[in-house]
Design a protein around this ligand. Structure first.
Ligand SMILES: Cc1ncc(C[n+]2csc(CCOP(=O)(O)OP(=O)(O)O)c2C)c(N)n1
Ligand SMILES: [Mg+2]
Length: 356
C-alpha cells in the first residue's frame, strides 16, 4: 500500500494511456481551467487578508488537483464536507465565490449551500465532518438514493478519534462515503513522521476492511479516476473508500502562521512548485495535444480576474453581520440550549450591551 497511483507525470507524460478513452478532451480542459481559476481565487484571498479586508484565511495553493479533481468526479446531488482548506472543492461543486468570501469575512451566510446542492460549511474542528459524512451517506443508503458523501480531511485529522469512529461505522454499515485525505505532510507545524508511525494513511483502511488507495494528489487525472472508481464501488453497495492524496501546501497553514519557523520553507515550496506542480504538468500535456495555448491562458486569467473582483465587491457590499446571526443557518429546528443562548444574548443587547 505504499505505491502511489499516478497517471500524469510531472513532465506532462501519460503513465496510463487508457485515460484518453475514459476522459474526453473537454473534461481535461475544464480541469485545467478550474485549477487556474481557483489558484487565482486563492491568491486574491491572501491579498485581501493582507490588506485587512478579510479575516484569517487558509490558503490551498499546491493542492488544486486534489480538490478540483475529486469534486469534479461528483454529480450534483452528492454531499460535500469540506474543511477550512477546501474552498476549491466547494467552488468546483457549485458554491458561489461570493459566499466563500463572505465566510472568510465573518458572515454566517457564507455557509449557505446553493439551491439543489449539498455543500456543508467549512469544518474547523478537525475530523468531526467525517462522522457527519457517514451519517448522510447512511441516510442516502436507507432512502435508496444514489448519492455519495465526500468528506475531506488532512493528514493531521487521522490522529483524531472521529477519524476512527467514522471509518469503523462506515465499514460496518457499508455507507457510500468517500474519505478524501489530502496528505500535505503537515498538521500546522507537525510533520507526518511525528504524527504517526504508520508508513501510509491508506493502510489504515485495512483495519476496517474497507478499500484504501494512495494517489499522487498533484495529478488531477489520477485523483479523478480514483474518485470515479470509489463512486462506482459506493453505488454498487460495496461501501466506503479511504483515499490518501499525496500533496503539499506551498504557503502557510493560515495567514496567521509562519512556516519558516518549522520547515525549510523556501527550499520545500520551490521543489514542489518546480518539480510537481499540478497545473504546470496538465498545461504541458494539453499544449502537446494542441488543446491549450498562450492566448487561451491570457483570456482565462482575464475572465477569472473579472469574476473574482465582482464577487469581492458583492461580498464587501454585504450588510454588516449582527451578533444574533450566529444562531442562524445551522439547525433546521433550533434545540433548547441554542434557544437559551439566543435569549441570553437578547437580554444582554436589550440592556444596551455591545452590538459592535
Ligand atoms: C479538534 C481540533 N483540534 C485542534 C485544532 C487546531 N488545528 C487547526 S488546523 C490543525 C491541523 C490539521 O492538520 P491537517 O489535518 O493535516 O490539515 P491541513 O491543515 O494540513 O489541511 C489543528 C491541530 C482544531 N481545529 N480542532
Ligand atoms: Mg496536513
Amino acid at each position: 500500500m505504499t505505491d502511489v497511483y499516478q497517471v500524469l507525470t510531472p513532465q506532462g507524460e501519460l503513465n496510463v494511456k487508457k485515460i484518453e478513452e475514459k476522459m474526453d478532451p473537454a473534461t481535461m480542459v475544464k480541469m485545467y481551467e478550474n485549477m487556474v481559476f481557483v489558484r487565482a481565487f486563492d491568491r486574491k484571498s491572501v491579498i485581501l487578508q493582507r490588506q485587512g479586508r478579510m479575516g484569517t484565511y487558509a490558503p490551498f495553493e499546491g493542492q488544486e488537483a486534489s480538490q478540483v479533481g475529486s469534486a469534479m468526479a461528483l454529480t450534483a446531488g452528492d454531499w460535500l464536507f469540506p474543511t477550512y482548506r477546501d474552498h476549491a472543492a466547494s467552488i468546483t461543486h457549485g458554491q458561489s465565490l461570493m459566499r466563500v468570501f463572505l465566510y472568510w469575512m465573518g458572515h454566517m451566510e457564507g455557509s449557505i449551500s446553493p439551491e439543489g446542492k449539498n455543500i456543508m460549511p467549512p469544518c474547523v474542528p478537525i475530523a468531526t465532518q467525517m462522522v457527519h459524512a457517514v451519517g448522510t451517506a447512511w441516510a442516502s443508503k436507507l432512502k435508496g438514493e444514489k448519492k455519495v458523501s465526500l468528506a475531506y480531511l488532512g493528514d493531521g485529522a487521522t490522529s483524531e478519534g472521529d477519524f476512527h469512529e467514522a471509518l469503523n461505522f462506515a465499514g460496518v454499515y457499508k455507507t457510500p462515503t468517500i474519505f478524501f485525505c489530502q496528505n500535505n505532510g503537515f498538521a500546522i507545524s507537525v510533520p507526518f513522521e511525528l504524527q504517526s508511525s504508520s508508513a501510509t494513511i491508506a493502510q489504515r483502511a485495512l483495519a476496517y476492511d474497507i478499500k484504501g488507495v494512495r494517489v499522487d494528489g498533484n495529478d488531477i487525472f489520477a485523483v479523478w479516476l480514483t474518485m470515479k472508481e470509489a463512486i462506482e464501488r459506493a453505488h454498487a453497495g460495496e461501501g466506503p473508500t479511504l483515499i490518501e492524496a499525496m500533496t503539499f501546501r506551498y504557503g502557510a497553514h493560515t495567514t496567521a502562521d509562519d512556516p519558516k519557523k518549522y520547515r525549510d520553507q523556501e527550499k520545500l515550496s520551490q521543489e514542489w512548485r518546480n518539480e510537481r506542480d499540478p497545473i504546470t504538468r496538465l498545461r504541458i500535456y494539453l499544449e502537446k495535444r494542441n488543446l491549450w495555448n498562450q492566448e487561451k491562458e491570457e483570456h482565462l486569467l482575464k475572465q477569472a480576474d473579472v469574476k473574482i473582483d465582482q464577487a469581492v465587491q458583492e461580498a464587501e457590499e454585504y450588510p454588516k453581520s449582527k451578533p444574533e446571526d450566529m444562531f442562524k443557518h445551522v439547525f433546521a429546528e433550533s434545540p433548547w440550549m441554542i434557544q437559551e443562548q439566543e435569549q441570553e444574548l437578547k437580554r444582554f443587547t436589550d440592556k444596551g450591551g455591545d452590538r459592535a
